[in-house]
Design a protein around this ligand. Structure first.
Ligand SMILES: C[S@@+](CC[C@H](N)C(=O)[O-])C[C@H]1O[C@@H](n2cnc3c(N)ncnc32)[C@H](O)[C@@H]1O
Ligand code: SF4
Length: 369
């Protein structure tokens, strides 16, 4: 039985592919059929819904991409009309500046979206160009202002740092502009060069390590002073953490619909992964043909820690057994050894400040558990 699952819905098209992006996103073409894709999503959901032992009511829905704001409000109405939501459920849509300025955000609100995530990335036009973005800084600001005016009271701004030729002053300036807009949430990601992207083939010159370290230290201070509490490695909020993502980090269940979407569903105490075909065309033609496999028990401790330890405050010990079906004894020797080295806490599944700085190494210790 799934416990309090979230629902992720992937909308895979963008105006153009950004050179750093390894998400399942595809350039929009005249033949891209957003209406047929919407119908495929509804079909997949109806098929999945009928397979559960009990009706599912969601605490959160996340429309991610790609560029979900390329879809019309009517598409969201159609999809959400099929889904049952808990009272107060969080329903997020990612919106790209550059596709959003002619959009009436109020119509998305009416369709049932109540949280927006705006992909500003940076407010420096030269850096936006270096990132291959289609928008200018002013468009991010006007998208934010227009979303607010339309009634959105829960907005996230995505920013990236460590951009080609970025200085400490540039990065702090980006954060200051975002903070001055006053969103409930800021996601602040360090730019990574992902395999198989254009940036991996032709890497730009990124700031050197001492500058990166300074950007990180000073940026974290700035966010904290402005009242944005860090609750996950890259997530900061003024009392409105993203419920949908918190569920991922707690290793909770979620259903993934759409091209390339994956999910985690626990059936009879056994966590399983679901995976859909990546190509939108293939998905649209056979939306109910996703794959499913049990997560092998020897991968569960690592997968669990990879998620839970990203939360600054971690999770209680009881969550480990509840989400993996494994006994804590299985990881106790590793945990105790990390406690002895003051990298994790002894009263909950969480790192110490030192462990948080070396998170990748801490998590890697669970690869063999
Ligand atoms: C699903 S993505 C895209 C959302 C939206 N399409 C956009 O680009 O504005 C969510 C966020 O991940 C971040 N991101 C994407 N690729 C990244 C990379 N290579 N390194 C760091 N952050 C990245 C960006 O901040 C982006 O807004
Ligand atoms: S707009 Fe977002 S999802 Fe699309 S290619 Fe760029 S980063 Fe990736």
């Amino acid at each position: 039985m799934l416990t309090n699952p979230g629902l992720y819905i992937h909308l895979p098209w963008c105006i153009k592919k950004c050179p750093y992006c390894d998400f399942n996103s595809h350039p929009l073409k005249p033949e891209s059929d957003l209406q047929s894709y919407t119908e495929a999503l509804v079909l997949e959901w109806q098929h999945r819904r009928d397979s559960f032992e009990e009706p599912q009511t969601f605490a959160s829905v996340f429309f991610g991409g790609g560029t979900p704001s390329l879809f019309a409000p009517a598409n969201f109405t159609q999809i959400l009309g099929e889904v049952s939501l808990q009272v107060g459920a969080e329903v997020t849509m990612e919106a790209n500046p550059g596709t959003a300025e002619h959009v009436d955000f109020g119509l998305y609100l009416q369709a049932g979206i109540n949280r927006l995530s705006i992909g500003a990335q940076t407010f420096n036009n030269l850096h936006l160009e270096a990132l291959g973005r289609i928008h200018a800084a002013d468009e991010s600001k006007s998208a934010f202002v227009s979303a607010r005016k339309s009634g959105f009271d829960n907005i996230n701004i995505d920013l990236m740092w460590g951009l080609p030729e970025q200085t400490l002053a540039d990065a702090l300036h980006d954060l200051t502009i975002a903070i001055d807009l006053g969103p409930e949430h800021i996601s602040w990601y360090q730019l990574t060069l992902e395999p198989k992207t254009e940036f991996a083939v032709r890497p730009p010159i990124l700031p050197k390590e001492p500058i990166l370290a300074e950007i990180e230290t000073k940026g974290l201070e700035l966010l904290e002073e402005a009242g944005y509490a860090r609750y996950e490695v890259s997530a900061f909020s003024r009392d409105r953490p993203c419920q949908h993502n918190v569920n991922y980090w707690q290793f909770g269940d979620y259903i993934g619909l759409g091209a390339g979407a994956h999910g985690k569903e626990t059936n009879r105490s056994c966590p399983e992964r679901t995976q859909n075909p990546h190509q939108p065309r293939v998905y649209t033609a056979s939306a109910t043909n996703g794959e499913r496999r049990a997560i092998p028990a020897n991968e569960l401790p690592f997968e669990f820690m990879l998620n839970a330890l990203r939360l600054q405050d971690g999770v209680p010990f009881s969550i480990f057994g509840a989400q993996t079906g494994l006994a804590w004894e299985r990881v106790r020797p590793t945990w105790d050894s990390l406690v002895a080295r003051e990298l994790v806490r002894d009263n909950r599944i969480a790192t110490t400040p030192l462990g948080y700085r070396y998170l990748d190494s801490v998590v890697a210790e669970f690869l063999l558990d």
